[in-house]
Design a protein around this ligand. Sequence first.
Ligand code: F6R
Length: 272
Amino acid sequence: MHAPAPSPLPARNLEHAGASILVFGDAATACHAAADRFADTLGSALQERGRAVLGLATGATPVRLYASLVARHRRGELSFADVATYNLDEFYPISPFDPKSYRFYMHRHLFEHVDLAPNRAHLLDGTVPEAFVAEHAAQYDRWIAADGGLDLQLLGIGRNGHIGFNEPTDRPVAETLALPTRLVDLHPITRADASREFGAEEEVIPRALTLGVAPILAARAILVLAFGSNKADAVARSLTGAMTSRVPGSLLQSVPGKVTWFLDAEAARGLL
Ligand code: F6R
């Protein structure tokens, strides 16, 4: 008796709040499908403009997506030669050599394995002197705009609904939608979750640089990945609740037609 091979097709295909939602039996299948979409978007941008500009995320969620992209590159199916990347966020302050830095993560999971030019792999810089952080963040938004804007933004979602490190607040929605890239304080739930990498909550660097809500929403396409039951609440509130700054993921409803969610059945529990 053999277990049936996992279906490459989404188990379910839903729509909520102008987003398309693909629900897969497990996270590995979802990551494979998300890698297909990622590679297709990259290919279309190369065809249309001769180059592609990609917004990348870190964390546990996209690790298998990056592994799948690296495997495609090794098979000669995917090249990053004409690609520029911009990461979503970085702890502040942090050394790029710190294994907990997102620069280190990106190097380990993607950059050292593919043919991306070193001066086209951009991250917010955790070493910028504090007096120049605002200028650095504003400059990062200008770099993306000067590069023609993001063809694709990859996102995970926090248990508290954060996207990038745009954390829940009580701001009016219109104000949050206009937020640029900036230095932020991490929310207690984000700090609790980051204790996984930092060893203890008190050790977590409490601030970070994050791409703003405005440049995230300006991407031409947005892929959101969420796996596991601990994301089910944030996913359901983002997709079926009202748009509110208390659930930053719900602000993705403001760009109908741009967003595709790749979920496993557990993360989709509140939608099915
Ligand atoms: C990471 C990022 C965060 C994570 C989110 C989920 O660059 O911007 O918003 O996507 O915190 O993290 P994981 O994937 O570790 O559950």
